[in-house]
Design a protein around this ligand. Structure first.
Ligand code: GPW
Length: 832
């Protein structure tokens, strides 16, 4: 246990010196680096690998990051600050080393220090394997928010799952996506520290017993049939010129008492086998983005990390000598979508059964502690757990959910809700197999509910949660997403960052609004030239990587037109393909070569079980093979599919893009965040009025945005009046030619079944209205080409896009969360 040790403590408090050699000067770092190599890794330079050097540098930097963290803890304790706990099943932090060097402002010193040792910083940066602990936008958003929480000095901690295997590695073989496991921990992870003393027991299964005591008070006890231990692994996440916060990820381990009966019987193998099975909980990330898997193991993962995190929060509350009745005064817990929403029932259970609060008191604490962010309206992504599964796995929680529901229904019966509305609002959906609607549980159990863009938050209140918005209008709010411009501009696009700073100073690193100052240079010839020189440099860099990764050569002077994101029908990668084929057929059939040279770049993973998404990847690569190998076309068009899209790759792609494709069907993309990262790097957007595109367009000005397609309202009307894609197909000759080409031998190599699923789907259902939006898209692309042929105009628009991106910093989003939802304030860090 903890004890006070004055001698050790005095080392912490010595001003400026403190523990060990953790200075930031070049010499300090060189010494630490060599010490790490010798003493932590036991290596001498002749045998050291690049990875050894990387690990030594990472450990050197981690020491300095931890020092910042430790210092800030003292400050938080002193101020008795209110804090945020962020619960997310996914994080995509990206490589840590470069970002930490940026935030410590020692990139150049380190580069020199290493050069003096004949080492190359870029090579060491390249050694890092990023933690792929998320699927896409939702996980990356959580990591952007950590960057901003740390930078702004908001007392906070982020909780999640330490998946042993992250998002699968994607390879393209013969044009198809092939998955393999992501062994991100294979070379060791220098950024994390195991905290064996921070561990909790998580129970599953069994049954409950109800008993009344002499005063007729009900006591409920849960007799689970298995238990697992969660162990904390901490990774410090450093802010810019600021402190660090902790990302605490839980790993599942079998408890010693796990199956002693089997040991006693001498069945050693069975005992170990059971142990292995229990450790499966944190083995692998579910790779379905916006599509619930409904699998028992997934629910186990969710409950496992929520249970550990809540126990940890309660531990922190009690450690500070505070009562659980005031938990909501000291902590607020943000639910990143419904993935952690079983937390509502779990906190009730902990307060009622383990800490013996009364229902009313426990409920008051619970519903004033949680806030819930919804990230999607897609019906297939709204989590619902079968009652039967909950009964088996979490019987006590099911009882609590039923009790919450019955009290909630009694409450709304007193309002003017119709019977139909009441059954729509119920936490239990018993129209078929009974299920629990997790979004309803999260809404009822939270004090605030937000969507992630203005449009999405509005639709949330009109559609999925409309009855709740009628009941509690003040509970609903919007926080538009944001991205960290430090990673996605300063770090990944150093040349543009330098050019910006040269013009307007460096304040934009902490106040992105300052970019507005660039507006006055948008008409300056010389500035435009420099701006486009930087872009060309980044395009060359991207072209080199494309060559390395795919073997495809692209001329960096081409318009680089990019769509990178998860592959989903609603995101409409296949609409982009239809446009590309329209250009191809113009060249081949109409002999029209008056098309500006364009490289179309795609990237993104398809969920391994998502048939249509995998077909779309094959379609992209088939179109690529056809075009890239046809000398009549390949001087004008190129099509690239970048395998294994990741944060690392993203940092290469955004700076080199001219055009950003944000072409989802209106009403389907909750926000999008790639849209922001592209625009921040000077790409222009072609897009629909969906998600945050709407707000981006408002900020940059409609004349600086290529808009097309139906609005959300028009989509609704179209669907209501009856949508007939076949009619559009038969009436638009050029479109018909493109669609029929999907079935041609040239594309399918004589296999008529290859793209029939795509073809049939578009002609008969077309749920995402590709055919409806096709002409408007193709027309707008002609407009893109017109502007592209006027480089001065393009440069001006590009500058104006960047200048108006201030609103889309995750710093602004976090400030919004603090003000509108959390009521948490920054703690000023004392500089050392
Ligand atoms: F379904 N998003 C995501 F809402 O990346 F949970 N994965 C997901 O599973 C879900 C949402 C979920 C994305 C949204 O699609 C995107 O529009 C949004 O920008 C992002 O979350 C962050 O809010």
């Amino acid at each position: 246990m903890k004890s006070s040790n004055k001698k050790i403590e005095s080392y912490f408090t010595k001003p400026g010196v403190g523990i060990g050699n953790v200075g930031l000067s070049k010499e300090d770092i060189k010494t630490s680096f060599l010490e790490k190599l010798f003493y932590s890794l036991g290596r001498i330079p002749v045998v050291a690998t690049q990875n050894d050097f990387y690990i030594s540098l990472a450990l050197t930097i981690r020491d300095r990051v931890f020092r910042k963290y430790v210092k800030s803890l003292e400050q938080y304790a002193e101020e008795d600050a209110r804090g945020v706990a962020y619960l997310s099943a996914e994080y995509l932090p990206g490589p840590h080393l470069g970002n930490n060097l940026l935030n410590l402002e020692i990139m150049e010193e380190i580069r020199e220090a290493l050069a003096e040792l004949s080492l190359d910083l870029d090579e060491l940066l390249n050694e890092e394997v990023e933690p792929g602990l998320g699927n896409g936008g939702l996980g990356r958003l959580a990591s952007c928010y950590m960057d901003s929480l740390a930078t702004l000095g908001i007392p906070s901690i982020a909780y999640g799952i330490r998946y042993e295997f992250g998002i699968f590695k994607q390879e393209i073989q013969n044009g198809w996506q092939v998955e393999s496991t992501d062994k991100w921990l294979h070379n060791g992870n220098p950024w994390e520290v195991i905290r064996p003393e921070i561990s909790f027991i998580v129970n599953f299964g069994g049954h409950t017993k109800h008993r009344r005591d002499d005063d007729n008070k009900l006591h409920i006890e849960w007799f689970p049939d298995s238990e697992i231990k969660g162990i904390a692994y901490d990774t410090p996440i450093l802010g810019y010129q600021s402190t660090a916060i902790i990302l605490r990820l839980w790993k599942a381990e079998a408890t010693e008492s796990f199956d002693f009966a089997a040991y006693n019987l001498g069945d050693y193998y069975r005992a170990v086998e059971k142990k292995m099975r229990s450790e499966n909980i944190t083995k692998v990330l579910y790779p379905n983005d916006e599509n619930l898997s409904g699998k028992e193991l997934r629910l186990k993962q969710q409950y496992f990390f929520v249970c550990c995190s809540l126990q940890d929060i309660i531990r922190l509350q009690l450690l500070q000598g505070r009562k659980l009745e005031t938990l909501h005064e000291k902590f607020t817990i943000q639910l990143n979508d419904t993935h952690p929403s079983i937390a509502v029932a779990e906190l009730m259970r902990l307060l009622l059964d383990e800490h013996h609060l009364e229902w009313e008191e426990a409920w008051k604490v619970t519903k004033n502690t949680f806030a819930y962010t919804n990230h999607t309206l897609l019906p297939e992504a709204l989590e619902k757990w079968p009652v039967s599964l909950l009964r088996n796995l979490l019987p006590r929680h099911l009882e609590i959910i039923y009790e919450i529901n019955s009290r909630f229904i009694s409450e709304i019966r007193e309002h003017d809700f119709t019977g139909e509305q009441i059954s729509r609002m119920s936490l239990v959906d018993d129209r078929g197999e009974p299920t629990i609607r997790m979004a309803h549980l999260a809404t009822v159990g939270s004090y605030k509910v937000n969507g992630v863009s203005a449009l999405h938050s509005g639709l949330l209140q009109e559609q999925v949660l409309q009855d709740f918005a009628q009941l509690w209008p003040e509970k609903f709010t919007n926080v538009t997403n944001g991205v960290t411009h430090r990673r996605f501009l300063a770090l990944s696009n150093p040349r543009l960052a330098a050019l910006i700073s040269e013009k307007i100073g460096k304040d934009w690193l902490t106040h992105l609004d300052k970019l507005k100052g660039l507006e006055s240079f948008a008409d300056e010839e010389d500035f435009r030239r420099k701006w486009m020189e930087v872009k060309l440099h980044n395009k060359k860099n991207l072209a080199n990587h494309i060559k390395e990764l795919t073997g495809i050569t692209i001329n960096p002077e081409m318009l680089i037109d990019v769509q990178v994101k998860r592959i989903h029908e609603y995101k409409r990668q296949h609409l982009k393909v239809l446009h590309i084929l329209s250009l191809y057929l113009r060249i081949k059939k109409d002999k029209d070569t008056n098309i500006p040279p364009t490289a179309f770049v795609f990237g993104g993973k398809a969920a391994p079980g998502y048939f249509m998404a995998k077909r779309i990847i094959k379609l992209i690569t088939a179109v690529g093979d056809l075009i890239n190998n046809d000398p009549e076309v390949n001087e004008i068009l190129k099509v690239v599919f970048l395998p294994n899209f990741s944060v690392k790759l993203a940092q290469l792609v955004y700076p080199g893009a001219d055009l950003s494709e944000q072409i989802s069907m209106a009403g389907k993309e909750a926000s999008g965040t790639g849209n922001m990262k592209f625009a921040l790097n000077g790409a222009l957007t072609v897009g629909t009025l969906d998600g945050a595109n709407v707000e981006i367009r408002e900020e940059v000005g409609e004349e600086n945005f290529f808009l097309f397609g139906l609005t959300t309202k028009e989509v609704e009307n179209k669907k209501a009046e009856g949508y007939h894609p076949y009619k559009i197909y038969s009436e638009n000759e050029k479109l018909k030619r493109v669609l029929d080409f999907l079935m041609s031998d040239e594309l399918t190599n004589g296999d008529p079944e290859l793209f029939r699923p795509v073809y049939d789907n578009l002609l008969n259902q077309d749920p995402y209205l590709l055919l409806e939006d096709y002409q408007s898209y193709v027309d707008q692309m002609e407009n893109v080409y017109k502007v592209w042929q006027d480089p001065g105009k393009w440069a001006r628009m590009s500058i104006l896009n960047v200048a108006n991106m201030g609103r889309f910093s995750s710093d602004r989003s976090i400030r919004d969360y603090c003000e509108k939802i959390w009521k948490v304030e920054a703690v000023k860090m004392q500089s050392e």
